[in-house]
Design a binder for this molecule. Structure first.
Ligand code: SF4
Length: 274
């Protein structure tokens, strides 16, 4: 047994119990605060700043239970690893029965590398299946630090054209592609998450370039096509942020099937949703 790092603290903004779209089986998803990207379609704008922050209005729904809750008008809470492990282990029986585990999401969990790495190690010591949901935008050395304790990467690919990637996410995709190739070369189990955002990511060019990129990789287990949804719409005003996609609607099932059809030239399992 390694010693639990009681002195490392991280900042999270939510915990979702019984999650079924963030990896195999029934999972507990822990949402880290902080993200270096600012995707126009992000439904968690409260994740962007790494420090706890105030929001406007009331009744902001956050699933962090009372032992984790911060002040009423603030989102984000500093927690220790033992505190979080106690919360995660409450669902152990469900992980065992369903083949589930823990998913670290955000925000971008790699923005808190020591906290993430220690949590992953602790989960593996406890025998839990671990997933990291990432944009891939982090120094490769952080992936080197966490790779051995991560069973599955849920890895976003959004836009292949770098100028469009910069426009719609705020950052270049070069590092994201480099890290994905590195993980693939190092034989990690990777599930690709492709957001289907009408008029932005769903062009024939983008889908075809994404397929051309993925066909060269060998350790992709599955591709999830995530339809744009408006669940985060009400949050933008509460965090004084502009919602640039207020006019875009959620793609219908028939349209998602058509997009899935384009990806079927790949031999991977294609799934609509997470
Ligand atoms: S990478 Fe994810 S959390 Fe970060 S801005 Fe984009 S959609 Fe939001």
């Amino acid at each position: 047994m390694t010693e639990v790092k009681t002195n490392i603290r991280g900042i999270i903004f939510d915990i979702k119990h019984f999650a079924i779209h963030d990896g195999p089986g029934i999972r507990t998803t822990v949402f880290f605060k902080g993200c270096p990207l600012h995707c126009w379609w992000c439904h968690n704008p409260e994740s962007h700043k790494i420090l706890p922050e105030k929001y406007e209005g009331s009744n902001f729904r956050c699933n962090i239970n009372h032992s984790f809750s911060s002040q009423n008008d603030e989102v984000g809470k500093e927690v220790t690893i033992p505190e979080l492990m106690r919360e995660i282990e409450k669902d152990s029986v469900f992980y065992e029965e369903s083949g589930g585990g823990v998913t670290f999401s955000g925000g971008e969990p790699t923005m808190q590398p020591d906290f993430l790495s220690s949590l992953l190690k602790e989960c593996k010591e406890t025998g839990l299946h671990t997933s990291v949901d990432t944009s891939g935008y982090a120094p490769t050395r952080i992936f080197e630090k966490i790779i051995d304790h991560t069973d599955l990467f849920l890895y976003d690919l959004k836009l292949m054209n770098d100028e469009l990637h910069k426009k719609y996410t705020g950052v270049s995709n070069t590092l994201i592609h480099t890290n994905l190739k590195w993980l693939d070369e190092n034989h990690k189990n990777i599930c690709i998450r492709f957001p289907v955002v009408p008029g932005i990511t769903d062009s024939k060019e983008n889908i075809s370039e994404t397929i051309n990129f993925l066909v060269k990789l060998e350790n992709i287990s599955e591709i999830n096509l995530l339809p744009y949804h408006k669940a985060g719409e009400g949050k933008y005003s509460r965090f004084s942020k502009e919602n640039k996609l207020s006019q875009i609607t959620t793609p219908e099932n028939g349209y998602m099937e058509k997009v899935a059809g384009q990806f079927k030239t790949l031999s991977h399992k294609i799934k609509i949703g997470g």
